[in-house]
Write a protein that binds this ligand. Structure first.
Ligand SMILES: Nc1nc2c(ncn2[C@@H]2O[C@H](COP(=O)(O)OP(=O)(O)OP(=O)(O)O)[C@@H](O)[C@H]2O)c(=O)[nH]1
Ligand SMILES: [Mg+2]
Length: 298
């Protein structure tokens, strides 16, 4: 068997925990905890495709009863049926949440509205009085690449903080004055110190919260192909022009390689190139609206 062919395989998923927690994240957590007292409300940004496993709430939630809003971002990449199930589930859990798409400015304005409502109710409860006009300071936190900085930029109408498609863009905390009544603290993306199941790490890699060199593009791309074949994704079928989805993932990967010109002059496939194409296509939304995680069964 050629070396390239040996590479074509998926990671055997065991129920082991996964742990990728570089030192700068510990520093970031300490910094975040130190700054929590300076803000009125915490906004945790998660990915709508992985609503629980992209969460970090257990790290910050008990930080002195702070009002807390969970923002599920990238809803424009998630399966609408799964989003509906999660909306019902989180409503049942009495969670404060909102599903948005940060690329749509109108939808992110809803964050301000929800935050003000939560903060107003909190102030009424704790002080017995509250004015609707009070200023608000907000900390935005969450896993890497969930869209925190994009949200802040949209809210402040300018490129106040760096946002880009690879995780680890925001390296240090940054205060952004969004308007005269709203100050926002952007924070570096932080992973949970432990991801309890290996499958969750594959989801987090697919959504690019974990950098590609950690899980490796090979495993992530193969995982995505397997997932889309299992889901019988029509968008995936149409985008790569498969005749049928009744194929194994090796056939699927090689078909993509052929279509996208990833054949080596000496024969065989340039698998590294194929994997990069698959990851890019998936993350750009070309392979359809996909969710990885569903609410716990009742
Ligand atoms: N499709 C889609 N892409 C989004 C959305 N929100 C953000 N993005 C993209 O996601 C990528 C990451 O955005 P950032 O705002 O840098 O994410 P971050 O959470 O600040 O990342 P770190 O600072 O690395 O932790 C960028 O390429 C954004 O354009 C969204 O709602 N939908
Ligand atoms: Mg950022």
């Amino acid at each position: 068997m050629k070396k390239d062919e040996q590479k074509l395989g998926i990671l055997p998923l065991e129920n082991n925990p996964f742990n990728w927690f570089p030192g700068h994240m510990l520093t970031a957590i300490k910094e975040i905890k130190k700054n929590i007292k300076l803000v009125d409300i915490i906004v945790e940004v998660r990915d709508a495709r992985v609503p629980m496993a992209s969460g970090n709430k257990e790290i910050y939630y008990n930080s002195g009863e702070k009002p807390y809003l969970i923002v599920f971002n990238k809803t424009n990449l998630a399966n609408p049926k799964a989003v509906k199930l999660w909306q019902d589930w989180f409503t049942e859990q009495k969670e404060s949440f909102i599903f948005i798409n940060a690329l749509d400015k109108k939808s992110i304005k809803a964050i301000i509205k929800r935050s003000k409502e939560i903060l107003h109710a909190h102030r009424l409860k704790s002080n017995g009085t509250a004015s609707a006009k009070e200023k608000m300071s907000m900390m935005v936190l969450g896993l890497p690449n969930t869209g925190k900085s994009t949200i802040i930029n949209k809210l402040s109408n300018r490129n106040a903080t760096k946002a880009a498609a690879t995780p680890g863009q925001t390296k240090i905390k940054l205060w952004v004055k969004a308007d005269k009544d709203l100050n926002i603290l952007d924070t570096p993306g932080v992973m949970p110190p432990m991801v309890h199941q290996q499958i969750h790490s594959m989801w987090l890699s697919a959504i690019h919260a974990i950098p590609d060199h950690i899980i490796t593009p090979d495993y992530s791309a193969c995982f995505i192909v397997e997932h889309l074949l299992k889901e019988r994704s029509t968008a995936f079928k149409e985008y790569y022009k498969f005749e049928s989805l009744d194929i194994d993932f090796t056939t699927a990967v090689e078909h993509i390689g052929k279509r996208r010109g990833c054949l080596r002059s000496g024969g065989g496939y340039d698998y590294d190139h194929i994997y990069k194409i698959i990851l890019n296509d998936f993350r750009n939304g070309y392979l359809g609206l996909t969710s990885f995680e569903l609410p716990p069964a009742k």
